[in-house]
Design a protein around this ligand. Structure first.
Ligand code: HEC
Length: 184
């Protein structure tokens, strides 16, 4: 993260006025769009993890396609063709505004707030500067109605996931592998 900050800082001096430095458009550009977002992920993908954030409050449901699941099961790097979907819900609250837990200990989802995705195909990383590149992974965020979430900045996604090359840039590779082995 320090390197990324230093890189951005160095660019400001290097560009005239308010001109955008060259690579920013490349960073915004993601190959994940409404056109290839898997509308049927709830039935076609496997929900492999639930992550609770009671203090926010949020509960997140994580889905992976079969390509990602198979590689995780075999302990291989997650290859091109992988697609992951992370749903962010606001949870049900009780009358004291405390998030409600279900029988499984997880927060009970109420409203879908937004969705984040990561996916990879050959060449998707080539226009992203090395300092932020996550191999061929691209990132995108969508609103609950699947319109593109304008506030999301792919540079932030790339920067935060960047330190995890050994885990195929996934924070939840362990959970994915466990779920994949169970499903076998
Ligand atoms: C501040 C760090 C941070 C940023 C920024 C970030 N993520 Fe993540 N991401 C995480 C963490 C931590 C997880 C693990 C699950 C969780 O806690 O929700 C995760 C999980 C994911 C997953 C599920 C697969 C995995 O890696 O475990 C997807 C998909 C994802 N993020 C997409 C995105 C997208 C798209 C963006 C940008 C809009 C983004 N992330 C920005 C930290 C970050």
């Amino acid at each position: 993260m320090d390197n990324v900050a230093a890189y951005f800082a160095s660019l400001q001096g290097a560009t005239a006025g308010t001109a955008m430095s060259e690579f920013l458009p490349n960073l915004k550009k993601t190959n994940i769009t409404n056109a290839n977002f898997p509308a049927d992920y709830k039935t076609k993908y496997t929900m492999y993890a639930v992550v609770n954030y009671p203090e926010r409050p949020q509960v997140r449901h994580l889905y992976a396609n079969d390509v990602a699941l198979k590689a995780a099961r075999e302990g291989k790097p997650i290859p091109n063709g992988a697609f992951l979907v992370l749903e962010v819900y606001t949870p049900k609250l009780d009358d004291k505004k405390v998030p409600v837990k279900g029988a499984d200990g997880n927060l009970v989802p109420d409203t879908l707030a937004f969705i984040t995705t990561m996916a990879r195909e050959a060449g998707w990383g080539k226009d992203i500067p090395e300092i932020l590149r996550n191999d061929d992974w691209n990132y995108a965020a969508f609103n609950a109605d699947l319109s593109v979430r304008a506030a999301a900045n792919q540079a932030e996604c790339l920067a935060c996931h960047k330190p995890l090359p050994a885990d195929s840039y996934l924070f939840t590779l362990k959970e994915l592998k466990e779920a994949a082995l169970k499903k076998k």
